[in-house]
Ligand binder design. Sequence first.
Ligand code: WT7
Length: 654
Amino acid sequence: MPSNSIDSLLHEERRFPPSENFTSQAIASQAIYDEAATDRLGFWANQARTLLHWHKDFSETLDWSNPPFAKWFADGKINVAYNCLDRHVQAGNGDRVAIHWEGEPGDSRSITYAELTVEVKRAANVLLSLGIGQGDRVAIYLPMIPEAVVAMLAVARIGAVHTVIFGGFSSESLRSRIDDASAKLVITADGGWRKGKVFPLKGAVDGALAGKKSTVGNVLVVRRGENVVDWVDGRDRWWHEELASADAEHEAEAFEAENPLFILYTSGTTGKPKGILHTSGGYLTQVASTHKNVFDLHPESDVYWCTADVGWITGHSYVVYGPLANGATQVLYEGTPDTPHPGRWWEIIQKYGVSIFYTAPTAIRSFMKIGREVPNGFDLTSLRVLGSVGEPINPEAWVWYRDIIGGGTAPVVDTWWQTETGAIMISGLPGVTTLKPGSAQVPIPGIKIDILGEDGTRVDPPNGGLLVVSEPWPSMLRGIWGDPERFQETYWDRFKALSGTKYFAGDGAHVDADGDIWLLGRVDDVMNISGHRLSTAEIESALVSHRIVAEAAVVGAADEATGQAVVAFVILKSKQAKKQTTDEAVAMLRSHVAEQIGAIARPKQIFIVNELPKTRSGKIMRRLLQDVAEGREIGDTTTLADTSVMQIITDKMK
Ligand code: WT7
């Protein structure tokens, strides 16, 4: 969202107080804000003990003696998978459905907690038999099928570390992540269903492992697409065959609260994705607590659905760990929203009686575009809480979501957080907060957020600045895999000298007179495309890796549907430039980026130019290119080495 839209946003005057009806049965109340305000660490300790089972209780809540390296509940012992499975069965809820799975072609499967527990135990035994143990990394590259959840929990159960790689990422992206994490095992599928077709996955794994020495010893392959796959004898094994012969008994061992749980790669300001490390006890505490309070989860009666893929942090925290720790019944859907018809999501909500629904603004905007007739054709009256995540939701989309999907009554919670924060940090609480469309509103209980000026001092509301988290939180990232310096520099150095160890989120924000927070988008070279993070540098390096490209600059340009869209400016090598038409070059480069990174990174537009705007020190001024891409008047060009460059570029684009 361009920052100049803030003025019109702040004139948003619609307010949605909770109904008495809702408040009277709500999980959250003012009391949890009060509790956390009185004793922040006591609040988190209490959440940890009431929401989770500890094999061994902890004596210290937070160890912050060596910032920014935090330890939460350090001497406590816990098993994450046990918390998501066995204890629900032991509590008599084994027959409760954990997952209503809906395949894209229309096949479906409902799996109870008892069944899921047995599956995970078998899978854990398979992992052990393949030599995987505590601390080993396992790469997971799967479609949205129950086996993705089973695989993650099986890895967690034995104290190993998963790194889930989104199925839309290319072989190249897969290779770099497998290498960075030194994974010993890859769990994949033959293929999965998307847009009415089977898309192959196993081939990308073969490609990623081909032609070099790798740490990967085995590849476990789930059969889903039934497409033909190549097979490497000795390395590759069918998941169903291994599970069928595995023991259904496995006792969950207790691990230290800080035992690594997963690494998830996300884009930063440089080309190389960062392996964000999350650990066990603190992470599970905050995802369980927020999942319960922010979505008002009543596990015995609600049917919850989060549409995120498990390849993203939202899928980790609010498809796998939060809902299962809370014993929720949820929907898992394999495919796209419009296959085989544009009402597929609403049909699923109607079929399972979904009561809590969590999705992204980009999806809501695309449904708005198609029109209310589609959702109006389905019974959505089961919905009572709606959530939004990934990017700012504009007030019009917020109100449409509440009215058309939520029947004019369901509260919409706009949840701000990041891969790094692990769990929701800013959001209203349904039943408590008077909601304000367009604002993510206030930090959840136990979280301390500030908006700082460039000089590191807190701005007086109403005012804008940079968003920081001022105190450590349970689900905070514990580091960047293999790169403690980058961890320090990226997140903690920005305000260190000015105001102490505060977490710099990379987002601009405005705080209004009521103290409500409005997110204004990234302030660094990170783009947000449909709620997915991509760095300009990552796409630039993919572009320059092509033989015809001499130089490239990428910007995120405001886009109605996807929030931002990738726009690239490319200088071709002069000899190569003559060999094809501009259209051919553009088409070639768009597919090259998709091959290198994945389809989500494919530039929406590529402009072939002769020059790029640079400062005298040679830094590309992306701000000016963004002005061009967004069709705006070009900003201050006085620091350009050659001030005529922008004129040449704009002329070229006419
Ligand atoms: C970035 C984090 C958290 C899961 C999805 C994205 C943006 C996220 C919101 C929101 C405004 C938001 C921020 C943030 N963002 N949620 N409710 N309002 N912006 O996770 O890929 O790590 O991206 O997404 O810019 O920094 P991610």
